[in-house]
Design a protein around this ligand. Structure first.
Ligand code: IPM
Ligand code: MG
Length: 360
């Protein structure tokens, strides 16, 4: 089959890791007789340098016209980069929010899985790491606090800032449906996370999740308060299968979940909407401190490309082949420096990409 992929390498380590994902995709195309064409687009700091803003409308339109988008990472060193001396609406992170909103990608899927081979990198107690875990965080991505009205003003000499958290029932319902659909393909256990003891938006969230649950009688649903969830993730991560939550809670909890897998360099993500078009990116950032040194871990981006094969192109077998190749490389003892352990073979970004590609 033919697919046109928009590649957004971005900043920092972005270009290096996207290059490795492309290498793996090319290998998939060769073995399974597909044709992938690519178009490189600028977003983030590199787009600020070229156009003064992190995502132009023209770039957004081109991303929209592709079959899917593969993104590296955007942004620089916040305290130390000229990309942050400009209007907040033009900064790197604004581009990320703009592309998610512009492509109407309301569902963000972030799997957190503890590879047996990386158990020693898990910062939790041995007994907890031994039990392992395999969850996906389903984060609402285009509503809530990150997209509500905000303003900073000065009233009688006192500076005041306001952010607003708004959800309507339709926004909650569509992400809940995605969450239940994913749960049906997994262990059929969904934990919906909110702050219903305080927030109205959370009470509506809980009510709508319960309504949607009626259509999925096979799925067990539990509600958990977000503060408790933060605790449970480090106490007993094995209890989670699908975690369904709103934008900000999901932002925070997905970072926490990634940390307990041992390295954020392993975590993929998919952002989906109502169509097949999706945006795939590693859960980590642009790591400007290690950019250009051939030491970044490309696995999160490669696994994101696998998610793209599965969710945007319906190529399940090919997706599985990429995931199996990653697993095999770890079993064979290859490690980038972030996951290096005694007795393993240290490889750089490019070598890791090569080792994975040759196992497909
Ligand atoms: C993420 C990031 C972004 C977010 C930032 C950079 C806007 O933290 O993808 O989790 O909060 O969505
Ligand atoms: Mg985040």
């Amino acid at each position: 089959m033919n697919f046109h992929i928009a590649l957004i390498p971005g900043d920092g380590i972005g270009p290096e890791i996207v290059e490795e994902a492309r290498k793996v995709l090319d290998r998939v195309a060769e073995i399974y007789h597909h044709q992938f064409t690519y178009e490189k687009l600028l977003m983030g700091g590199c787009s600020i340098d070229a156009y003064g803003t992190s995502l132009t409308d023209e770039t957004l339109a081109r991303a929209k016209a592709a079959d899917s988008v593969l993104l590296g990472a955007v942004g620089g060193d916040v305290g130390n980069s000229r990309w942050y001396d400009i209007d907040p609406k033009d900064r790197p992170e604004a581009g990320l929010l703009k592309i998610r909103k512009g492509l109407e990608l309301f569902a963000n899927i972030r799997p957190a899985y503890l590879y047996r081979e990386l158990k020693d990198a898990c910062p939790l107690r041995e007994a907890i790491a031994d039990a392992g875990f395999d969850m996906v965080i389903m984060r609402e991505l285009t509503g809530g606090l990150y997209f509500g009205e905000r303003k900073t003003e000065e009233i009688n000499g006192v500076r005041r800032a306001t952010d607003t958290l708004v959800y309507d029932e339709n926004e909650i319902r569509r992400i809940a449906v995605k969450g239940f659909e994913i749960a049906m393909k997994r262990k059929k256990h969904l934990i919906s996370v909110d702050k219903a003891n305080v927030l109205d938006s959370s009470r509506l969230w809980r009510a709508v999740v319960n309504e949607v649950a009626k259509s999925y009688p096979e799925v067990t649903v539990t509600h958990m308060l977000v503060d408790n969830c933060a605790m449970q993730l480090v106490k007993d991560p094995a209890q989670f299968d699908v975690v369904l939550t709103e934008n900000m809670f999901g932002d925070i909890l997905s970072d926490e979940a990634s940390m307990i897998t041992g390295s954020i360099g392993m975590l993929s993500s998919a952002s989906l909407g109502a169509t097949k078009l999706g945006l795939y990116e590693p859960s980590h950032g642009s790591a400007p401190d290690i950019a250009g040194k051939n030491i970044a871990n490309p696995i999160a981006t490669i696994l994101s490309a696998a998610m793209m094969l599965r969710y945007s192109f319906d190529l399940d077998q090919e997706a599985k082949a990429v995931e199996d190749a990653v697993q095999q490389v770890l079993t064979d003892g290859y490690r980038t420096s972030d996951i290096m352990a005694e007795g393993c073979k240290l490889v750089g970004t490019r070598e890791m990409g090569d080792r994975i590609a040759e196992r497909i």
